[in-house]
Design a protein around this ligand. Structure first.
Ligand code: CAA
Length: 240
């Protein structure tokens, strides 16, 4: 039986690779996006994957959007909380607005994405919850007090949900990508990016598809004993 998967931020970057991989794995996939209608339309035209627009930072929008996905595609078995933003600044320059924008999307947005699908997963005794955290939630990062705090918080969500869902057949796991060749990383000043690549033993940025493979593994029916874990995919840049 085909599983239904929801991928937030699923039309661009790492999320787009995850959406495509899960489709290839045989899932019915819904990919969400926040604002870029043009990219979403192009994505649907190219992949046939349904897209839905809502702001993950808003609980009511998220639960209404999830209800629409379930009416269209059926109950959600796999949820990938991937949507995330950066508002980088050294701490002495970081504004409360930059703090709140990142917390609202990357941390509260993860709550808003998982909470509405959780009761159905418990009832059906099956679920795969996968949160895309970051290497910078593990090690911290200059100019990312806000982002690193949320990505570390995402690991706390996963480890707690793993304990709550285990008896109901639900697993919760995280993937911590390192620096991946996406628009987000390309927005880092070139000199800084080159210095970061110098710290990656593999000697290159990762590819979105290399993160999607981790998600595919965690989402599989046969991965039920992998619960509360973190897969680091960072080219050897950081070990935990
Ligand atoms: N470590 C130490 N010092 C650093 C540094 C670092 N990683 N990055 C910048 N600096 C230093 C600069 O050399 C500069 O020092 P000097 O003043 O002595 O020359 C100073 O910090 C920069 O200060 P500014 O006041 O000029 O900084 P700014 O307000 O212009 O901000 C910045 C610049 C936002 C920090 C910019 O350098 C930047 O974007 N850095 C990259 C941050 C980063 O790695 N973000 C990750 C994005 S990708 C991602 O988040 C995906 C993921 O999950 C991995």
């Amino acid at each position: 039986m085909a599983r239904t998967a929801l991928v937030t931020g699923g039309t661009r970057g790492i999320g787009a690779a995850i959406s495509k991989q899960l489709k290839e794995d045989g899932c019915n996939v819904a990919a969400t996006y926040a604002g870029n209608d043009e990219a979403a339309k192009k994505f649907t035209d190219e992949t046939g994957i349904a897209t839905y627009k809502w702001n993950v930072a808003d609980y009511d929008e998220s639960s209404a959007g999830i209800a629409r996905v379930e009416a269209d595609l059926g109950p959600i078995d796999i949820v990938v909380a991937n949507a995330g933003i950066t508002r980088d600044a050294p701490f002495h320059k970081m504004t409360p607005e930059q703090w709140h924008q990142v917390v609202d999307t990357n941390l509260t947005g993860v709550f808003n994405t998982i909470h509405p699908v959780w009761p159905g997963m418990r009832e059906r005794k099956f679920g795969r919850v996968i949160v895309i955290s970051s290497i910078n939630g593990q090690k911290g990062q200059f100019a990312q007090v806000n982002y690193a705090a949320t990505k570390a918080g995402d690991l706390g969500i996963v480890k707690s949900l793993a304990q709550e869902g285990a008896r109901a057949g639900i697993t919760a796991n995280a993937v911590c990508p390192g620096y991946i060749a996406t628009e987000m990383v390309m927005a880092v000043p070139e000199k800084v990016r080159e210095a970061i690549i110098g710290q990656i033993p593999t000697g290159r940025l990762g590819e979105p598809e290399e993160i999607a493979r981790c998600v595919s593994f965690l989402a599989a029916d046969g991965s039920g004993f992998v619960n509360g874990s973190t897969i680091s995919a960072n080219g050897g840049q950081f070990f935990v």
